[in-house]
Ligand binder design. Sequence first.
Ligand code: AMP
Ligand code: GLY
Length: 430
Amino acid sequence: MKILIVGSGGREHALAWKIKQSPLVKDLYCAPGNGGIAEIAECVDIQPNDTERLVNFALEKRIDLTIIGPEAPLVDGIVDHFQVNKLKVFGPSKSAARLEASKVFSKEFMHKCNIPTAAFKTFDDFQTALDFIEQAQFPLVVKADGLAAGKGVIICKDKDAAQKALTQIMQDKVFKDAGNKVVIEECLEGEEVSILAICDGQDYILLESSQDHKRIFDEDLGPNTGGMGAYSPAPILTSELINKIEARIIEPTIRGMNREGAPFKGVLYAGLMITKEGPLVLEYNVRFGDPEAQAVLPRLKNDLVPILLASCEERLNEFELDWDKKSCVCVVMSSGGYPGEYKTGYEITGLDAAAENESVVFHAGTKLEDGKIVTSGGRVLGVTALGKGLQAAIDSAYKAVEKIHFESCFFRRDIGAKAFIHISQASTQR
Ligand code: AMP
Ligand code: GLY
């Protein structure tokens, strides 16, 4: 088979690495890819939002399956364009991708389907939103409706902060049209986890759980980022909780999207807050998480390609997934300054030494320049390791991190640490 992956991050490198292992695959392409992907796939210089060129490339090369990594092209409807051209493509339609494209849609959808989520109101008028926060309880959360590169959610501890957030989003239009509408919702307390399911419109298969680390600094301090590291499985999720999440969230989402006339295919990512009252949905994404994919895919024993094909062909009920019992940890190494401004173009050394034993280094913001791998983005690498138990995986991942060098490199030193409270609770309960 010939496979095309669209995207250029650590998630796409993890997908390429997993897909490359499939005996079904003859040629693997990635558009546009990165410095690490270039070592295992042919990188094609087409941007993920250039739907027309991607369709033409897939037609010309007779690609058997295209996998869309990031959300922006999905939200723009790339899947619909591929399908019109009779090309097989893994991901949701534009209509189904509204679960991530519009927070107003997703909140109203959850309300309609009785899916547990934070209490909320939606607004398309600045003054009405301002009037609402006059008598609201704080803290609360203001969210721009549309895609805002992970920056459209503002937690407001008082009225002043909420007024400022509303002004930035709805008046100053810092996120452009993504801020035409807002959601204002109750601020939830708890621990965040990610549950991903591969779906075919009717059926779904849950992937193993994972936990991201969204803040830049240790102990979850500092601004939000795309994700600074992840581990799988997430020990906070007992099998009882997973059953609850499946019954109250995943199943009703799949059934509800069918009723909306937008059957969900591809990866449904439920970002959850585990509160005292149980799991509540913070957001949906319509793709693999990044860096969650890097921590989950190395644990999957099945060949991924038949599963992705089955999603496209509505035959997921034929599959059961087989998981490595080991834990997996991914530590993101970023450019100093990220998620703010940072410099790029620094040579990265130690990559070969780091990728030993059960470690693999997924590239994100890297490129190949004059035969050297150099930094080219905020999140640079996802250094990933399997281990018998979480501590062993953490130790191996950080051992590999220590071998890698580039100027002004930054990484969190506590990836995985927050899981131990649940591991010790589980052992005392036994
Ligand atoms: P979202 O893009 O909706 O996932 O929001 C980004 C981040 O903001 C989440 O990962 C949470 O850390 C935080 N967040 C979103 N909604 C809430 C909420 N209702 N209460 C507390 N934190 C939230
Ligand atoms: N790690 C968060 C995301 O993929 O959106």
